[in-house]
Structures are given as C-alpha cells and as structure tokens.
Design a protein around this ligand. Structure first.
Ligand SMILES: Cc1ncc(COP(=O)(O)O)c(C=O)c1O
Length: 355
C-alpha cells in the first residue's frame, strides 16, 4: 500500500494537521468499520454460545500473533492488555519487591510507569535519561531497570538493549512511544509494553505486554484467562506462556479494530515517519522555535515554551486546525509526527507556531 492510499483511510487528516499520536493516533475507516461490524454481529447474534466463544478465542490468538510479529517475539510471550499502564502494573505486582530493593528509572517517565513503580514496594532511584548516568545509579540492591524506549517528553530514544547488556539486570521497557513509531525488536528484553491507541492507530483500551520468560514472573493479578484449571479455594494452574497474565476479556470490537489497524500500514512507514519528524524539527527551527534535538530521537518533536503559556499555544494551534499538546510543568510543546503526516500538515504547524 502506498503512503497516499494509506493516508486516505484517515478522515481526520482531511481537515486537521493531527499531530497527536503520542496521546491517541488517528483512526482509519477500516478500523472503525471493523469495530462497527463486530458490534453489529453481537447485536444480531448475541454474545454467547460455543461458536461465539470459539471466535473470541481465535481472535485473541490472531491478535497475540500480530502483536508478537510487530516486535519480533513469539506469540507465547505476549499478554493482551488494555494499555501500557496495565502492563507495567502486571510486571511490578508480580516481582514481589520490598523496601530493600531498588528500581532505577529516569526523570522523564510517564505516570503510566511511575505510578506502578511507586506502588511496587521498592525504593525508586531516579536518574537523568543518559545511559552512563542510569548505569551509575545501579547498586547491589538494584533489581530492575524501568524506563521508556522513547521518552514522552523529548522523543529521545534510550538504548534499552545496551542498558540491559551493560547492567545484566532485568529491564521493564515502557514502549508506549515506540511500538508503531520506530522499528522495535523486543527480543532480549524482559518486559516490553505496547499501547494500541497511539502509534498503532488502534482503538482505545488496547495494548500488550511482552514477557520474555513468563514462567519467571508471578501471576499476581489473575483473571479467568490465567488458569487452565482451578480448585474451589482458588488455587490454580496457570496456562503455559504469557497468556497467564491476560488481565481481561478484550471486547471483540476492540480486537477486530486493532487487527484492522495493524494491517493498514504503508511500505516504508518507519523511514517515512523518521524523515517527516526530521523535517518537522528543521522547519520549526527555521521558524525560530527552540527545538529539542536529542542525539538519538524518534518521532516526537518537542520545543520549548514558557510553562505559563504552553497551554495557550496549544489552544491557539487548535483553532488553526493543528492538534499538538503541551507537557504540563515542563515548558514543552510536543508534536507527534507519524508516517501519515504530510508536508502540508507541517507547514500548517509552522505557520501556527510563527503566527
Ligand atoms: C511514555 C508513556 N508511558 C505510558 C503512557 C500511558 O499509556 P497507556 O494509556 O497505554 O497506559 C504514555 C501515554 O501518554 C506514555 O507517553
């Protein structure tokens, strides 16, 4: 599929410079039609019976395989979650850490990771997002590195494989801003989260968690899907593989929507997204914006703005049909550039910033 054919599937792009995939990506017609079709089927046929359950289980397997392929892992290593936050909670609850243990994270993490970290029981050590500084924060008590592959603040890419290799520690990678935005190979990483609603342009409340060795993590938050058999007292035998961590019944409309979204991608999407993000940085710089340009960067583009006015800038851009966000308290405005972003979108952004 060419870029033009794929972009034409997203009606919102016809009228808005939609630069907000870091929060929620644009929805395609195919995605929404798949969701409607599924609900129409449920409306007509109900949501019960052997055939229905068989269909749901088959969809779960198909979605697990599709998400596994996205990040080059086995389907048996994929948990179907509702979000990155969900995935972080599953991991941190299962690790059974205490106040004697430490987790090293960075200053630039989202609450989707920070909240679960805080509730893990471990001492949280915060380092600047620099590989050497992160490694310097490791002590004999460190049990886990927990950080983003792509920082939601600046779009900086952290060398997650290298950090794992240099420390030999288990690593929980928040992949909310990477999966679907840049090529991801999650092999060799202990835990990797995926958000469906962002760069994958899937429905809200979809996502995944990759667990490299599912048998090594405790099932701390079981659901009906966790067990292959259980006793009256609740003792249970978990399924083999990562499905033992599946936290919920994923509505079939969400599964079919995400499956449709995963299919609708043009050739060369990552190269195109990276190229457009670079173009965005260049145009903003030419327009006088103080753009943050990390040495290793993905598809989020942030520039400085006074903390007091960053929300006003976002509101002004929105009235001009340009959808970006500010990062409260950080003095940054952020544009999310996807493979679907056009030159015209970027021109509208830059006009709005300059005006
Ligand atoms: C880096 C990062 N982590 C986690 C989240 C939360 O994602 P989810 O809503 O999938 O839990 C976000 C959302 O903006 C994010 O940017």
């Amino acid at each position: 599929m060419t870029f033009e054919e794929a972009r034409a599937q997203f009606p919102v792009l016809d009228h808005l410079a939609y630069l907000q995939a870091g929060s929620a990506g644009p929805l395609s017609r195919a995605t929404v039609e798949a969701m409607h079709a599924e609900e129409a089927r449920n409306l007509a046929d109900g949501r019960a019976g052997g055939d229905y359950i068989e269909r749901i289980l088959a969809m779960r397997a198909e979605l697990r395989a599709a998400l596994a392929a996205l990040v080059s892992v086995d389907a048996e290593q994929v948990v179907l979650t509702s979000s990155t936050t969900d995935g972080c909670n599953i991991v941190l609850a299962g690790l059974d850490l205490s106040g004697e243990d430490e987790i090293v994270t960075t200053t630039d993490e989202h609450f989707g990771l920070l909240g679960p970290l805080h509730m893990s029981g471990a001492r949280i050590v915060v380092a600047p997002p620099d590989p050497d500084r992160i490694i310097s924060a490791v002590t004999p008590r460190t049990r886990l590195l927990a950080l983003s592959h792509v920082l939601w603040t600046t779009g900086q890419v952290l060398p997650v494989h290298e950090l794992k290799e240099r420390t030999g520690l288990p690593i929980l990678v928040d992949g909310a801003q990477s999966a679907g935005a840049i090529p991801v190979d999650a092999r060799g990483l202990d835990y990797y989260t995926i958000s469906g609603q962002k760069w994958l342009c899937g429905p809200e409340a979809t996502g995944a968690l990759v667990v490299e060795d599912p048998e090594d993590l405790r099932v701390a938050r079981p659901s009906y899907f966790s067990q292959q058999e259980y006793e009256p007292d609740g003792t249970f035998v978990p399924w083999p593989g990562a499905r033992r961590f599946d936290p919920m019944w994923v509505p079939s409309a969400l599964m079919s929507g995400l499956l449709a979204a995963l299919e609708l991608v043009p050739d060369g999407r990552f190269e195109r997204a990276a190229r457009m993000a670079e173009r965005c940085r260049e145009l903003l710089r030419e327009a006088g914006a103080e753009v943050i340009v990390p040495e290793h960067r993905a598809t989020l583009v942030s520039w400085r703005a006074d903390v007091e006015v960053s929300d006003a800038i976002v509101a002004r851009l929105a009235t001009a049909g340009v959808i970006v966000r500010d990062l409260p308290g950080r003095g940054l405005v952020r544009a999310s550039v996807g493979w679907w972003t056009s030159d015209e979108d970027l021109e509208r952004l830059v006009e709005g910033v300059a005006g």
